[in-house]
Design a protein around this ligand. Structure first.
Ligand code: DGJ
Length: 729
């Protein structure tokens, strides 16, 4: 049983294959956190070691425990702390009572342990069958407001991961306001950790930053309505001395696509508290008696193999227990997208020519990007008018698709369902459907407004328009784009006291629409996008197995963008295309896109003969290495942020029979011979290096390395080296 409750010590212990998490019921039913770290057999002695020796009168305590000098909420690690009773650190929850105060004090009432994992109402979350996971549900009550908390902890049998969320239920008789609901709170006993997360902007997402924890608060957040290019809802705490493949790492990922916040506070005693969840300054939720509020889910991962081990756990967990639907494990077609090849300048004849050329090269699907609907000749108009512009195409959509299919390719299409152009029939008919605040000028982003997705009639309209096209044509793929963030946030359909719910209701509305589209058209492969990686998060991954990682297709800049994304997200989810970008040759562009979904975004008619041959062999490599890249383990061997000359990575199949190593020469080095060790191979096995015919043991490759001699006279910046390894019988 991975979850146990010891009735004599009152300790809950949650065991994953190699980690343990524990908390206890302290006197007066406080939920006191005890431990998160490497797997341990016994926890009970820890309870006795909780005394932090801080006894002064400035650490107030419950009078029932006034003689217990080891206890004060001021320094006790807690599972679900609220403000106002002596815990002065960042709270996990804050409820404004009918009396107007925010004192919040949840105490244990009961618990149950059951197999499997419940779904979260209206929200994407990890899923598991009986036998794959076990769930602990702890009920705690704030007796003054009557709000009950259902704290959920799911332990996965095969992964060092624990999923957490909370549902708050108003069992009182008067409404309350939820001002803060964090999905996860984690108290740690020492501050010898570095905080790692990613930051960025449009076309430069996922730059990794690493800073030591220090006294006070460190935080990052999105208040843009979407997860954003600026920060990603993921953080890692790396124990001092830990690195890419060694030492302890704790990762936290939030399965959410809206405003979020990650905060770490190191208190006056040097103890960190990490809280992650919905961003509180843009959130306030009125909870009427009898109503419930479900928080998004957060996933905690523990690794003793550094960041790399943590990433691999996230990758496996998200591939097996988050991404769902037909396409989660089905082989995805090799696609070519029209955007960088044509932008808005296309008609059916041009797209069919693309398909014919692409088909000869082994490409399997053509995606018609932005520009096929309404009066959409540029980005100034027509979002919301999802009717095919036959005049622009020069034929019907069915005829275009038939032409593409005749060339042997499947067909995909672009949508931006959450947006409305001021110059659109939809806006002229329903100006109040755009998000706006009364009395203020409505800001535009890319000449567009955002639709009020909190309103069912808006979602119904967009769904019906989408279903009209998707249901009557042979469409195999949809790219769901989202090209601006929210401003002047308010809904004409919400009363003033509920406007604080707007941002979360927006996200729930988007999830509802995605759920309807994916349920109605389960055969369609959905790819999310938000001007590249503006909404690259685990919430979106639940609906779409792949997300366009960045609008930046420069293969060298893509290295750090994709490495940053791979901290938490599987390579199989990272949209990556070979484009006409001149920064490197087609081999390197292919090698970099291969660390992703792989596809093309260029005019295939303009390829040189040499490039056409390269594309043909890349298409063959796509099929050959598909399983290895999608199901294999990723090892980031060197990071271009640290090593200015090279960026190296490796995939190893789960059975260690195959491996793929890729090196990008970012800058031609001074030293010609570099020792680089492969990882994750079977030391006992002999591997054939396919490109050279050499046979080496796994032990040698992992100790002496593959022996890469980079000849400075024959090498250019931006070159690549690719090596395949196959275990010999
Ligand atoms: C932004 C996306 O990231 C691009 O790939 C493309 O789809 C454009 N939008 C189309 O407007």
């Amino acid at each position: 049983m991975p979850i146990t409750f010891d009735a004599s010590s009152h300790i809950f212990k949650l065991d994953t294959p190699s980690s343990s998490y524990a908390f206890m019921l302290f006197s007066e039913n406080y939920l006191v956190h005890l431990y998160y770290g490497p797997k341990v057999p016994d926890i009970a002695p820890l309870a006795a070691l909780m005394d932090r020796g801080s006894y002064d009168s400035f650490s107030p305590r419950n009078p029932a425990l006034i003689t217990d000098r080891s206890f004060s909420l001021d320094f006790t690690p807690q599972e679900f702390p609220g403000p106002g009773c002596g815990d002065y650190r960042i709270p996990a929850v804050e409820v404004r009572s009918p009396a107007g105060d925010t004192v919040t004090d949840f105490r244990y009432v009961s618990h149950k342990i059951y197999p499997g994992k419940p779904a979260l109402e209206g929200l994407p979350a990890t899923f598991a069958q009986e036998g794959e996971a076990e769930t602990l549900e702890v009920e705690a009550l704030d007796p003054v407001t009557g709000v009950k908390a259902h704290l959920l902890y799911t332990v996965f049998a095969q992964h060092d991961a624990i999923a957490r969320s909370v549902r708050l239920e108003n069992t009182g008789v008067r409404p309350v306001d939820l001002e803060r609901v964090m999905s996860l709170c984690l108290d740690l006993p020492t501050m010898d950790y570095d905080l790692i997360h990613v930051y960025g902007r449009w076309a430069k997402e996922n730059t990794t930053t690493r800073t030591p924890l220090r006294h006070g608060c460190q935080s990052f957040a999105s208040r843009r309505g979407m997860t954003s290019h600026s920060y990603n809802p993921f953080a890692a705490l790396l124990r001092q001395g830990a690195g890419e493949e060694q030492g302890e790492a704790i990762g936290v990922g939030l399965i959410y696509s809206g405003n979020f916040s990650f905060e770490v506070e190191v208190d006056h005693l040097g103890c960190p508290r990490l809280a992650a969840g919905i961003e509180p300054s843009t959130f306030c939720w009125r909870l009427e008696p009898g109503e419930s509020f479900q928080s998004p889910e957060a996933v905690m991962v523990f690794s003793q193999q550094g960041l790399g081990g943590m990433s691999r756990t996230f990758h496996r967990l998200y591939n097996q227990h988050l991404i769902h639907g037909e396409w989660a494990h089905k082989k995805r077609p090799l696609l070519i997208n029209s955007w960088e090849a044509a932008y808005f300048d296309f008609d059916a004849a041009k797209l069919v020519e693309f398909a014919q050329e692409a088909g000869k090269l082994g490409i399997e699907m053509l995606v018609m990007d932005d520009g096929w609907f309404g009066e959409r000749c540029d980005d100034h108009r027509a979002l919301g008018d999802w009717q095919v512009n036959e005049e622009k195409l020069g034929c019907s959509l069915s005829e275009l698709i038939a032409g593409v299919n005749q060339a042997g390719l499947k067909f995909g299409i672009w949508y931006e369902p959450e947006m409305i152009s001021p110059d659109s029939d939809l806006y002229r008919a329903h100006p109040d459907w755009a998000i706006a605040t009364s009395g203020r000028v409505n800001s535009q982003g890319r000449y567009q407004y955002v639709l009020d997705m909190t309103r069912k009639e808006v979602r119904d309209n967009i769904f019906e328009q989408m279903a009209g096209v998707l249901g009557s044509h042979k469409i195999d793929y949809v790219k769901w784009d989202c090209n601006r963030n929210i401003t002047e946030a308010a809904s004409a359909a919400l009363p003033p006291e509920r406007q604080g719910e707007f941002f979360h209701r927006y996200v729930l509305g988007v999830y509802d629409l995605m759920e309807r589209v994916t349920k109605a058209f389960p055969h369609i492969l959905l790819e999310n996008c938000s001007g590249g990686g503006g909404r690259f998060d685990a919430g979106m991954l639940y609906y779409s197995p792949q997300i366009w990682t960045s609008d930046n297709t420069d293969p060298i800049e893509r290295l750090s963008i994709q490495f940053g994304a791979s901290l938490c997200y599987p390579v199989s989810s990272m949209g990556a295309h070979v484009s006409a970008n001149p920064r490197a040759g087609i081999a390197t562009k292919g090698a970099v896109a291969m660390m992703g979904t792989f596809g093309y975004e260029l005019d295939p008619r303009k390829l040189t003969e040499e490039e056409r041959e390269a594309v043909k062999s890349q298409a063959a490599a796509y099929h050959k290495d598909y399983e290895l890249i999608r199901e294999g383990d990723l090892y980031r061997l060197t990071d271009s942020a640290e090593n200015r000359n090279f960026c190296d990575w490796e995939f190893v199949s789960p059975d260690k029979e195959r491996a793929l190593f890729t090196r990008i020469i970012v800058r031609r080095p001074d030293l010609v011979f570099q020792t680089l060790r492969l990882r994750g191979l079977d030391p006992e096995k002999l591997y054939l290096e396919e490109e050279t015919g050499r046979i080496c043991s796994g032990a040698l490759l992992m100790s002496a390395g593959p022996g890469l001699c980079v000849n400075p006279w024959a090498t250019k910046d931006g070159d690549c080296i690719v090596r395949h390894y196959t275990a010999q019988p």
